[in-house]
Write a protein that binds this ligand. Sequence first.
Ligand code: ATP
Ligand code: FE2
Length: 332
Amino acid sequence: TTVLGIEGTAWNLSAAIVDEDDVIAEVTETYRPATGGIHPREAAQHHAMYASDVIERLLNEFREKGHHPQDIDAIAFSQGPGLGACLRTVATSARALAMSLDVPMVGVNHCIAHIEIGRWKTPATDPVVLYVSGGNSQVLAHRAGKYRIFGETLDIGIGNALDKFARSAGLSHPGGPKVEAYAKEATGYVKMPYVVKGMDFSFSGLSTAAKDALSNNSLEDVCYSFQENAFAMLVEVTERALAHTGKSEVLLAGGVGANMRLREMLDVMCDDRGARFYVPERRFMGDNGAMIAYTGLLMFKSGTTTPIENSHVDPSFRPDTVDVTWIADKHQ
Ligand code: ATP
Ligand code: FE2
């Protein structure tokens, strides 16, 4: 089975073709804001401008590897969650492509795609997933036919919180890697909010507190303290999800997963609990076309396709509303 998938929920437009064994071809065009953060309309314009070019290059790469567009069985696309204007651009391309190749579409939940590529590209089989990116922060795990959300952010994603703080400190977008670099040079800890409510966490107050702390602390110390608090909150909820579900694997997903301090803290926690900790290769952590194509392949093979009349996008698409038809569930 061969599936072409298109991702474009935010700043990254990426399309890939996969089969059961591997990623056959992938082409990505990234929108980079000239100033400040992501402007949704500009990002959507970027995607619209590059969509046909990306698909054409992808199909050329596919042909060069000895395949033929007629080998493609389905077109998968990121149906949500994400920025509405970006999602609509991607869905429009997917419809056009599905019609021209005369194959079905598969609407894919972006959060689930992060999980599935991790299960594909690491040895993880049934993990508790910590998905941390710009727009999303969730702890998920499979139970009774769904990917349940055990905990999530009550306001903004951890990546956006880092980026927002970094901007206020005069650092350019994306801020996450810069905060990580400054944190390494810290000499002290600055007290900051630690907000876990039940199984959920909040980052907005922390981001503001970090900004305020800059007036009488070094950037290095503030970056360090921000990370220590934010990551400890994420690790705490991940650990409680492990305990609650009785699972023995943790999978890290999303762009913030590039952070070595976060990995270290998760690694220590997993070690303490006798759980295994998995991190996919960097290219499969942030938003990528391969994850949409591969999840589309799993869905397609288990009989799930998306008729055109149901192919409208959903900017707040919740992963726990999707029937996970591709995993046999012993508890059902
Ligand atoms: P989504 O659509 O899932 O919200 P996204 O558009 O935010 O994804 P990702 O590539 O998953 O895209 O994540 C980007 C985020 O990751 C940015 O907020 C960026 O600052 C953050 N990030 C990247 N590298 C690091 C790092 N080393 N440490 C902390 N944060 C990082
Ligand atoms: Fe993402």
